[in-house]
Write a protein that binds this ligand. Structure first.
Ligand code: SF4
Length: 419
């Protein structure tokens, strides 16, 4: 096994027949103007008989492969949430090792999906986080502020009194489940893990299915290589995952997310719970398999249909602002490089994202990367790319799909040693 830390795969390599044969790492030392600088180093090609793509949620190569091979055809759109998390060192008297708390609802209204997790770890550490489903409609919703407000709940705030916040991070989560998993195999490789979207949403876990998908792919590829095959499509991966442990796990819970989205938190979660029981006990659902319908980008509604939300100011003790939070993510990017958040059409960003949707990127980004600022009488879209914590929310939630996240150079980004 060779591991290449500090190199991001930025390109998929194909053979003349169009099958995937490898990936290339990005060039290093390209300056902001796109020209090679004094530290320029060409990327490397990494070739293999088969290539497995396990880039996590909304991977930039997986996105290209899903489009190129039409892997989402006849599937429901993938759905996502944004999870924001902090790690705290709390006072010993507030620490209850092993305690796990989950909630949904507050401070979100009953029509917006999401909820919290709070885990008491060892050494007086507590991990606390909040997930907002990215199919929210109100462009004024501010996931970071919802999380900060969540910590002020009387049942939660006492845990953190006298404690110290140590780390901060954010990441999108796949939520589409069984009906949204794209076709996994393509000529020359397969999608695995969160690139395939194998998270079990009601159980808030995906690592088990990520491991299982890697094992399934490895078994099938080992058999194919033993049989002298290479660079063809291992359809066995696609044909077998639904019958195996991953398929059974996801199928039982497939209607929870669509029911929650359709009926809101109170009724939707109750119906989802009922549906999980009928699936678990009797192996069937009265709902069949429900659809998700729209993508998360399409779910956003014009600002004119909503009212701005007033969020309380941070107190700097329990609640914080975004910039001091980003500092704790240890995110780091060389400033003299092309911006890795590519806006395809700046005019569209102004006429739609700003004028119609009131700039939701300034709120959904958990790192404060995007700002609309007035300059010489014009609204200018500012991208503070060095703050990016690589959560991928902008790539998912921009209402026009006008923002494309690509890997910055090397292994730059957040550093989460203890998250
Ligand atoms: S710029 Fe995009 S990927 Fe980076 S932190 Fe903000 S929303 Fe996440």
């Amino acid at each position: 096994v060779e591991i290449y830390p500090g190199f991001a795969a930025t390109e998929v390599l194909y053979n003349d027949e169009g099958a995937v044969i490898g990936v290339a790492t990005g060039d290093m030392g390209i300056e902001k103007n796109g020209e090679p600088g004094p530290n320029y180093t060409r990327g490397m090609e990494l070739l293999g008989k088969y290539v497995l793509i396990g880039e996590g949620v909304r991977g930039s190569l997986a996105k290209q492969l899903i489009a190129k091979f039409d892997l989402q055809k006849d599937r429901e759109p993938q759905k996502f949430g944004i999870g924001i998390k902090e790690l705290w060192q709390v006072k010993p008297e507030n620490h209850r090792p092993g305690l796990v708390q989950h909630s949904f609802g507050w401070p979100l209204g009953m029509k917006t999906g999401g909820g919290s997790f709070l885990y008491h770890l060892e050494d007086n550490l507590v991990a606390v986080g909040f997930v907002v489903h990215l199919n929210y409609k109100n462009p004024y919703l501010y996931p970071f502020e919802e999380f900060q407000r969540f910590k002020t709940h009387p049942a939660i705030r006492t845990t953190f009194e006298g404690g110290k916040r140590l780390s901060y991070g954010a990441r999108a989560i796949t939520e589409g489940g069984y009906q949204s998993v794209p076709k996994l195999s393509f000529p020359g490789g397969a999608l695995i893990g969160c690139s395939a979207g194998l998270v079990n949403v009601p159980r808030i876990k995906g690592s088990h299915n990520a491991v299982l998908s890697g094992m399934l792919a490895a078994e099938k590829i080992a058999a194919a290589i033993t049989a002298g095959r290479s660079h063809d499509e291992i359809v066995e991966i696609e044909n077998e995952w639904r019958k195996g442990d991953i398929g059974k796990d996801l199928k039982r819970v497939r209607n929870v997310k669509p029911l929650w989205s359709k009926f809101g938190t109170a009724l939707g979660v109750a119906l989802g719970g009922f549906d999980m029981w009928t699936n678990t006990l009797f192996g069937f659902s009265v709902f069949g398999t429900l659809k998700h319908g729209k993508t998360d980008a399409e779910s956003l509604e014009p600002a004119s249909q909503h009212k701005p939300i007033a969020y309380p100011k941070p107190d700097g003790v329990l609640t914080f602002d975004r910039l001091s939070s980003v500092f704790l993510s240890n995110t780091n990017h060389e400033e003299d490089q092309p911006v890795h958040l590519q806006v395809k059409d700046m005019n569209l960003q102004k006429s739609s994202e700003h004028d119609i949707y009131a700039g939701p990127s300034t709120r959904y980004c958990p790192a404060g990367v995007y700002e609309w600022v007035e300059k010489d009488g014009k609204d200018v879209f500012v991208i503070n790319a060095q703050n990016c914590v690589h959560c991928k929310t902008c790539d998912i939630k921009d209402p026009n799909q006008n923002i494309n996240w690509v890997p910055p150079q090397g292994g730059e980004g957040p550093v989460y040693p203890n998250m």
